[in-house]
Write a protein that binds this ligand. Structure first.
Ligand code: CS2
Length: 435
């Protein structure tokens, strides 16, 4: 029985890769089962185990809310409790595919690849019970190679451009530094993943329970729209994903760029400008004329940085995005999107700026909104949700009124881009504030 292991058992995985796999299982190919690895969330493991791995997936479409029962996980582990079991699972002979959703910060990427000095990575390099996704993958794949279990396909499903290549480089670098060897036939395809999936609130629990008539211990809500494009570089078998809408193609980069620079870039603009304007949700920010105009202006800029071949697809892509963002029932929180901004902006906004050589006023405004949001959060004494929070707070405190230069390196802008940094500083100074 072929198996898939997933690292990072959050809502997105359960709305996306697990949903595709469960649907692919309905065809006549072999049934795939998933070993779900929660990095730390023991409560989720307990909740899923209490339901034998099943959970309710609410799918919100134009016709209302439908609830599917997803039954594809037959084992759930918590990496922080039992890393050895995770390594054994990776090395198991039935394991064919590993998917990963650990968010941008789970990759510990510095400007030149894996950040070997990051405390979590440094700790994993001297430990045989790793806690990071990169450590677990490198040590698990090494164990697998020693056991002669054959190569696997490792699929990064995070919003990072060139995600497969970056994951491969990070895992390889960790293995090299740890003196471990992994099967050179292991593949790391690039992917574009897309499905808006809010964090589960009490309202979401109640709405799903109202449809099924019974409470679920681990429900997930998602939108009807879903996309998954995977680079055709598999080391072995895969579920019948192509029969359930997954596109397997030689080159994912254009899809990935379009998604990051359109959907995710607009999300980040709405997250900071929206919260500054007093909004809580994406649909509320979209109903604000100025913010909505900002989205359109951002897309005009992003469009100019995308491959020409995509141009004919953009009007429909933008129209669909607007519809997706306007669904009030999704209650997608701006604060959720605003988290980890230092890592997200370098994937979503900075590439537009780079593509247009700094001539991108709305992209600059969006970065300025992040700076103003950070400054305001610090001034109000609230916490910043970002792996670099300490350094960001320091930059804001040390440079009252003009923190842009100190913040710029944290989103990947260096000395060579000082002109852009000055433009961002001007946009910060001009940013309309309520006070
Ligand atoms: C969002 C994404 O939280 C965020 O940063 O922009 O999670 C977004 O909802 C997904 O990428 C949609 O596929």
């Amino acid at each position: 029985m072929p198996r898939l292991l997933h690292l990072g058992l959050g809502n997105f995985h359960r709305a996306h890769q697990a949903w595709y796999t469960a649907r692919a299982n309905a065809f006549d190919g072999p049934m795939w089962h998933i070993t779900g690895i929660a990095m730390r969330n023991a409560a989720l493991r307990d909740a899923m185990e209490a339901q034998c791995g099943r959970y309710a997936l609410g799918i919100r479409g134009p016709e209302g809310l439908r609830v599917d029962e997803i039954a594809v996980h037959d084992r759930v582990l918590v990496a922080s409790e039992d890393a050895r079991a995770v390594l054994d699972a990776i090395a198991g002979p039935d394991m064919r595919i590993i998917t990963v959703t650990v968010t941008e910060k789970g990759y510990h990427l510095g400007d030149g690849g894996l950040d070997l000095d990051a405390p979590e990575i440094a700790a994993d390099l001297t430990s045989d019970v790793p806690q990071t996704a990169i450590g677990l993958l490198a040590r698990g794949l090494a164990r697998r190679f020693k056991a002669g279990a054959g190569p696997v396909t490792v699929i990064s499903c995070d919003n990072i451009s060139g995600n497969g290549g970056k994951l491969a480089a990070a895992v390889t670098e960790f293995a090299r530094s740890a003196g471990e060897q992994i099967d050179p036939a292991t593949t790391f395809p690039d992917t574009m993943i897309d499905r808006i999936t809010p964090a589960t609130s009490s309202e979401i629990r109640a709405e799903i329970a109202a449809v099924t008539g019974q409470p679920d211990a681990a429900p997930v809500m998602t939108e009807a729209f879903s996309e998954w494009v995977i680079e055709d570089r598999f080391a072995g078998p895969r579920p019948d994903w192509h029969r359930v809408g997954v596109e397997i193609t030689p080159d994912v980069a254009p899809f990935e760029k379009r998604k990051l620079r359109m959907l995710n870039a607009a999300h980040s603009w709405l997250a900071y400008a929206g919260q500054l304007a007093g909004h809580g949700y994406v649909h509320e920010a979209m109903a604000d004329g100025e913010l909505r105009a900002g989205v359109e202006a951002l897309w005009d800029e992003a469009a100019r940085t995308l491959p020409d071949a995509l141009a004919p697809t953009l009007p429909a892509y933008r129209a669909a995005l607007i519809q997706r963002f306007e669904v009030a029932e999704m209650r997608h929180e701006l604060a959720q999107i605003g988290m980890d901004g230092s890592l997200k902006l370098r994937e979503r906004l900075v590439p537009i700026l780079t593509g247009l050589e700094g001539d991108a006023p709305q992209t600059i405004r969006a970065i300025a909104a992040w700076v103003v949001f950070l400054s305001q959060t610090v001034a109000e004494g609230r916490d910043i949700a970002d792996p670099k929070a300490e350094a960001l707070v320091q930059a804001v405190r040390d440079n009252p009124g003009s923190p842009v230069r100190a913040l710029a390196p944290h989103i990947g802008l260096g000395d060579a881009q000082q002109g852009w940094t000055r433009a961002i500083a001007r946009a910060v100074a001009d940013y309309p504030t309520n006070s």
